[in-house]
Design a protein around this ligand. Structure first.
Ligand code: HAM
Length: 415
């Protein structure tokens, strides 16, 4: 029963000490893999101008059309909470390095994103993404290398996955395909789901992503984007798949994987895991050669993905992270000098890299109880220990205890 009549807003959550540490450890593990791939950290603001996303994600995307948290700031400017991280990183890149920087730069960024979606398991209105962006390479090897990093990230958590991959070609190729698709779908317009009826006139390619049974049946015989691709697009895609085979990254092709944001072209991919229900995609991304063009007029070939941290947290066990060593210090009695000595012991433990904090109590039982809630070991000090210049180390799990000298010289061998 909560004390207050209000909690966090719908689709948003508080993270207590355990959950918050768990999230941080997930991020740290992903970060270690990104560093192995020579990726550097960047950070961009949470609040951005709406225009950044309108120009890059597209006005017809669900994110811009109905999911952005947008408001006027105190100067009257229309701003929003960022719904994704790629546009901001590209904005940073262009301002920092210019449009003719040349060469490949690799960035990762991590933090909260905001989308006003209908909340469900694995889908929140505030969620954390770990994004990786390879900016400045038109080599299919970059796509494969990035995807191999995604595989390594999921492996680091012991997760098995299905990697779905597709190519959506160039804008011209999609325009030609869109014409075919729309004319096919129009002959079934009445039988489409309501969402797809609307998308037929706004963003028809997104109908390919529909999970509705009525749409799926119609899509079975729909025209195929692949047939509108020219040799250059096919060769690039074949190049990515060949590199993936070389890197031993297993994949399945999904010809209908188009992704929901306008900035994508060529490669699109999603890593899915089976025990997440409807929100099964844990990593998603693709190539976005046109994004920088929308911002600066110059195309910079790029590819990236984002990991959904909250979804990873749903499917892994907290136990996969080794617990940090910790010893609480329990001072029994109210003697000021004894408490000072106890505090010195805490300091000594921290100097040895061992987590510690002090528990003072008049009662032995109460002191042990409080300490054992937070630590597996306790150092007990009462009058006798101060007099004899030693301490008792108690293992709360086994009940064993040993007497140690004041300098805690051998403590490591007992933890
Ligand atoms: P996205 O597919 O919109 O792509 O999101 C990427 C991942 O973020 C999803 O696969 C999912 O794991 C997680 N995610 C998305 N929405 C939610 C939500 N409401 N609740 C919980 N998790 C969610 C992008 O955002 C692109 N910026 C990815 C990218 C980077 N493309 C190129 N570079």
């Amino acid at each position: 029963m909560s004390l207050l009549s209000f909690g966090p807003k719908r689709g948003m959550r508080d993270f207590g000490p355990k959950a918050s540490l768990f999230h941080r450890k997930i991020i740290e593990r992903i970060e270690n893999i990104a560093l192995l791939y020579n990726v550097s950290s960047v950070s961009t603001p949470l609040i951005e101008s709406i225009d950044l996303f309108k120009r890059t994600l597209g006005n017809e995307s669900d994110v811009v059309g109905k999911e952005m948290y947008q408001f006027c700031d105190r100067s009257g400017e229309e701003v929003c909470l960022r719904p994704e991280g790629t546009a901001g990183v590209m904005r940073f890149f262009l301002n920092e390095f210019g449009k003719n920087a040349g060469g490949l730069k690799r960035f990762y960024s991590v933090g909260p994103m905001f989308r006003y979606e209908r909340p469900q398991k694995g889908r929140y209105r505030q969620f954390d993404q770990f994004s990786v962006e390879f900016i400045g390479s038109d080599d299919p090897f970059s796509d494969a290398e990035l995807i191999a990093m995604g595989r390594d990230i999921l492996r680091a958590f012991g997760l098995s996955f299905t990697l779905e991959i597709n190519t959506i070609g160039t804008l011209d190729e999609r325009i030609s395909f869109k014409k075919d698709l729309v004319s096919y779908l129009k002959s079934f317009e009445d039988a489409l789901s309501d969402d797809s009826k609307r998308r037929l006139y706004t963003n028809p390619l997104r109908i390919l992503d529909s999970k509705e049974e009525c749409d799926r049946r119609i899509l079975e015989n729909a025209p195929v984007l692949r047939e509108h691709l020219k040799a250059q697009s096919i060769n690039f895609y074949t190049g990515v798949l060949d590199h993936l085979k070389n890197l031993e990254v297993p994949f399945v092709e999904n010809h209908q994987l188009v992704r929901g944001l306008d900035y994508y072209n060529a490669t699109t991919f999603e890593f899915k895991i089976s025990n997440l229900g409807a929100q099964s995609t844990v990593i998603a991304g693709g190539r976005y050669d046109g994004l920088s063009e929308q911002l600066s007029g110059t195309s910079i070939p790029s590819v990236g993905f984002a990991v959904g941290i909250d979804r990873i947290a749903l499917v892994i066990d907290e136990e996969i992270f080794p617990k940090s060593k910790g010893v609480g210090v329990i001072s029994i009695g109210q003697d000021m000098n004894q408490n000072k000595d106890s505090y010195t012991l805490c300091e000594r433990l921290r100097e040895k890299g061992i987590r510690s904090s002090l528990f003072t109590s008049n009662s032995f039982g109460k002191g042990i109880k409080a300490c054992s809630k937070e630590f597996s070991f306790g150092l007990i000090i009462g009058e006798d220990e101060v007099r004899n210049h030693n301490v008792i180390l108690k293992n709360f799990i086994t009940g064993e205890q040993v007497v140690l000298s004041w300098d805690l010289k051998d403590i490591d061998s007992y933890l």
